[in-house]
Design a protein around this ligand. Structure first.
Ligand code: ADP
Ligand code: MG
Length: 421
């Protein structure tokens, strides 16, 4: 059994407020999963369903291959521990007693804790760096300290799966990283499956191998950070203008949200970009150039091509050609002239064949004349996009030697373009 948690067609509502709708996903043993999504999207509700604190309207939740309703409370508590969002505790227990409560699932009725239980409670406090607080009242320590104590209580439960609801939200940046590093350690060294609700998308992308993006009670996207953290998904859920780039240290996606003022500053950009694309490879770059206020032209592009249609919709200057005729001399010359008037030339990873090879030659010419030329090409795909017997690959290799700049994504391109304005 490699599955830690399986959620099948889960529905949940508070009365008439249907909060979770047809949720399906699998979490494997050893996964480090982040659940992200806007406020009110149902993240806490989902965790409480998995922890069997709330009962689903419909659907099945399995933990370690068994439906959670077939577990006794204590047996489930040995498998799964929840660190809730609100860690306020009404009574004045001291820290050590709170953590010792994590041992309850292991005690019989009226049984006292043994030395082993005390030992485990102590170890759990050590792990979160809070042993020095053990004799203090739980309400006489800071919010961040309390958060870590509550995590210790969950660890004292020695669960296979740890669920945490925004464990970093009360913490300063140092302790945020500490907690996530601790979770990473538990995940790697103790093979604990981690499921964490977290607001900070960058931390989610950095620490987890899987992200679940919730929106209005539905799973909008699930997968590894690169699959989930993209412009479409985030725009749809958070209604946010942003740049997505790579964290240079971890190679995970990194988002930079923009204020409307910053967006407007972009709008004043009076630089022109010429884009060589086709077949939909220009979709993201054309949309974003438009969003950030660049002027741009596209060419040579076949009439009717999806990038041609988009260019038209965005009122770009188009150097067009009838399909299936190849690029005529007239269009080629116009393309060269348009590039000369542009500040930057951008190539997408469009495949090159007989029909559009002249575009590449025109870009080569522009580069030789000193025009900055960028190729948006993740993982050197262009090598596979040659339908002219290696001629496209060769010309691109030559261009690389002469200063063609490679970028991995459109967002990286946008950051580079700022250098030219
Ligand atoms: P998130 O954790 O993603 O912010 P929640 O799961 O807390 O979202 O809430 C999802 C929705 O359910 C919200 O509309 C919220 O108002 C509602 N809700 C949450 N808790 C309760 C509750 N105890 N009773 C009634 N409605 C609730
Ligand atoms: Mg919540």
């Amino acid at each position: 059994m490699t599955e830690a948690i399986k959620v099948k067609s889960l529905y949940f509502g508070y009365g008439d407020n249907h909060v979770l709708k047809d949720i399906n996903f699998t979490i494997k043993k050893g996964d480090f999963v982040s659940i992200i999504g806007p406020n009110g999207s149902g993240k806490s509700t989902l965790l409480k369903n998995i922890a069997n604190i709330l009962k689903p309207e419909k659907g099945i939740i399995e933990v370690d291959g068994k439906n959670i309703i077939d577990y006794s409370v204590k047996e489930l508590a040995k498998k799964i521990a929840l660190v809730p969002q609100d860690t306020h505790i009404a009574y004045e227990f001291n820290v050590f007693d709170i953590v010792l409560m994590g041992r309850n699932p292991y005690l019989k009725r009226f049984e006292r804790e043994t030395d082993k239980d005390f030992q485990i409670a102590k170890e759990s406090l050590k792990l979160t760096d809070t042993l020095h607080l053990k004799d203090k009242g739980i309400n006489n320590i800071s919010g961040g300290e309390r958060q870590r104590v509550i995590i210790s209580r969950a660890l004292a439960q020695q669960p296979k799966i740890l669920l945490l609801d925004e464990p970093t939200s009360h913490l300063d940046i140092n302790h945020q990283i500490d907690i996530l590093s601790l979770l990473q350690k538990l995940n790697k060294e103790k093979e604990m499956t981690i499921v964490v609700v977290i607001h900070d998308i960058n931390l989610a992308a950095r620490f987890s191998n899987k992200i679940i993006l919730l929106n209005k009670g539905e799973v909008l996207s699930i997968g590894n950070p690169k699959e989930v953290i993209n412009y479409n998904n985030l725009e749809n859920t958070y209604n946010l203008d942003m740049i997505i780039t790579d964290n240079p240290y971890t190679n995970s996606p990194y988002i930079i949200p923009l204020t409307s003022k910053e967006k407007n500053n972009y709008r004043k950009i009076n630089k022109k970009v010429h884009v060589i694309c086709g077949g939909g490879t220009g979709g993201e770059v054309l949309n974003k150039l438009d969003l950030f206020g660049y002027r741009f032209s596209v060419g040579v592009i076949n009439i009717g091509d999806s990038d041609w249609q988009l260019g038209k919709k965005l009122s770009a200057e188009l150097i067009e050609e009838m399909p299936f005729t190849g690029i005529t001399d007239k269009a080629y010359k116009k393309n060269v002239a348009t590039m000369e008037k542009s500040d930057v030339v951008v190539l997408t990873s469009v495949p090159y064949g007989k029909g559009n090879f002249k575009n590449l030659e025109a870009a080569y010419k522009a580069l030789e004349k000193g025009k900055p030329v960028y190729l948006i090409d993740n993982y050197q795909k262009y090598k596979r996009f040659d339908y002219v017997n290696g001629k496209a690959k060769k010309i691109l290799d030559d261009m690389k030697k002469k200063g063609l700049k490679l970028v991995n994504s459109v967002d990286e391109l946008l950051l580079m373009l700022k250098k030219h304005v």
